[in-house]
Ligand binder design. Sequence first.
Ligand code: SIN
Length: 289
Amino acid sequence: MDGLSNAPYRYIETRKIAGALGAEVHGVNLAEPLPPEVLAEVRQALLENLVIFFRDQDMTPDRLLAFARNWGEIHRHPYIAGMPGYPDVLELAKKAGDTRNFGGDWHTDQMFAPRPAMGTMLWCKTAPDAGGDTLFSNQYLAYETLSDGMKALIGTIRGIAVGDKKKNGQTRAAVNAATVSGYTTLEAPAEMRRSPHPLVRTHPETGRKSLYIGGHVHYLENMTEEESEPLISYLYNHSQRPDFTCRFRWEAGSLAFWDNRCTMHFAINDYPPGTRMMHRVTVAGDEPF
Ligand code: SIN
């Protein structure tokens, strides 16, 4: 082994793209149903690498949904309408006149829901000539590099993740309207608007602990926003350390699949007036513990 590959696989080939997380997976055609033995290796590659990338995939909304359903039910976004005929597939289209982008802060998906999305699949239809990369961060490392004192302190605290308001006070509808043209914002049910989650969660498959501090966390349970802010800021900044991250360069046909239970991500908005079009599906997850 050369340090860039994972433990040997029989049906797929993986190549790490960074030290902390992220690997390209080769030898798989996601446009067709995957045989169980191949699927088992893709599952293993996700658990080992936290985010996996596939190149040159000829996807349609139906194919994307079929691939996602291998991991369970689909988690429908409560705030944004899906594509016509595909309520479970979001089209993220940043066009020449759009100044903001979707996902342009460090976050983990649908954290405001009581059972946040387990994973996200994002397929690139159109990529800008340069820019529009996505950053990912390994939240196992973010937790493991904290001091024992900090681990003990945050081990019993829950953060309140809020979905209908950004931290700067803007409403979700205003952010959506300013972010991507052509969005239809939905009225989310009350139970999808804010949820308490532990700051440290245990991955249900690997048993490892990770920091759970996405940008949706507004305050800490039983504390005021002012009291919560220093600890949230410290943990949020720590979770983004460059040595915890990888950066993925998109091409048309690329597909990323990330595990929201142990990663965060950030869509870089550095390509005006370029266009970028993505299709996104999220898989339902468990209640974090
Ligand atoms: C997202 O935050 O889900 C979108 C990420 C991206 O467009 O790169």
